[in-house]
Design a protein around this ligand. Structure first.
Ligand code: ADP
Ligand code: MG
Length: 284
């Protein structure tokens, strides 16, 4: 089992190395990086490349670790017990019918090896990663309601992503292989764009890339645009049939790009950019 990138996902050498290291170590791969740098997509692509089904668990601020294991649906059982004469009361006798299996349970009991994505773990509260230590380490947990151990038949390939909104506990980090997806350099970005827009006119691409990296390089931005924003913007430029010339001023100075709302997502950043353009025009 080796991951070598796919035709729709550009993986740098060190990212491939990290994926394969996590596979070898049989540890979760913890992927950090700016939003929009392809963390979620990595899990999808690796699963596809290695021909494994992918189970996804998208974490919210209210998500509890227990939900990934199982939940006991006591309300349904109570209701069914009150209606017991209707279906003969068979269903209600077996507590297994009221255990709702979470993604970890499903991953552990799958017949074939699966990939498991725990997406945006930093959204959850601080106890969440600690609550999953044993499950991730030993690949087993106990179900109190049915009095059974749920143990992994095959160790799932685990991806954990984080946008770095919270620090993760040391005990948790110790159990993972870590990789930070650096923001792509211009050459890598070019490859990513090629994957999404094959046959894009080279003048437009060059002008758009220059504008994009100019915008990103602006000191003091609150939210730098990332890969997914560049792709959105290019899509719009193509849809609106905007030419390369419209993105450049003749003397190669920065101009406010058309459809800037795809790149800059708050008013302070837009006005910062406008100020820069204004100052340049005065210095001309
Ligand atoms: N290396 C890459 N190769 C191809 N597309 C990419 C790559 N990185 C990012 N993208 C594009 O950016 C979008 C956002 O990626 P996503 O995985 O959702 O980012 P994240 O989870 O890091 O916020 C993807 O849908 C994809 O279109
Ligand atoms: Mg994501």
């Amino acid at each position: 089992m080796k991951f070598q990138g796919t035709s729709s996902y550009i993986a740098t050498q060190d990212l491939m190395l990290a994926v394969n290291a996590a596979i070898t170590l049989k540890r979760p791969l913890l992927v950090k990086g700016e939003p929009g740098t392809g963390k979620t997509m990595l899990a999808e692509e690796v699963a596809q490349a290695l021909n494994m089904p992918l189970l996804q668990w998208h974490i919210k601020s209210t998500t509890k670790a227990q939900q990934g294991l199982y939940e006991y649906d006591a309300v349904s059982r109570l209701r069914d017990s009150q209606l017991a004469d209707v279906d003969g009361g068979e269903r209600v006798k077996d507590i297994h019918n009221y255990i709702v299996k979470g993604v970890l349970w499903q991953a552990f009991t799958a017949e074939e090896p699966v990939a498991l994505l725990i997406d945006e773990i930093d959204k959850a509260d601080i106890e969440f990663p600690n609550d999953l230590l044993r499950e991730i380490d030993r690949m087993e947990f106990y179900c109190y309601e049915t009095r059974e151990w749920v143990r992994a038949k095959n160790r799932p390939l685990v991806f954990i992503t984080s946008n770095n909104e919270k620090e993760l506990p040391d005990a948790f980090l110790r159990r993972c292989f870590f990789h930070y997806i650096k923001f792509p350099d211009a050459a890598t970005m070019q490859q990513i764009v090629d994957v999404h827009f094959p046959g894009l006119k080279s003048e437009l691409l060059a002008a758009a890339m220059k504008t994009f990296f100019d915008v990103r390089g602006l000191p003091g931005l609150k939210k730098k645009p990332s890969t997914s924003e560049l792709l959105d913007w290019l899509k719009l430029l193509l849809a609106e049939d905007i030419s390369a010339e419209a993105l450049q001023t003749k003397d190669d100075k920065v101009a406010v790009p058309p459809l800037v709302g795809a790149l800059l997502k708050n008013e302070q950043d837009v006005s910062l950019f406008e100020k820069l353009v204004f100052m340049q025009s005065r210095n001309r």
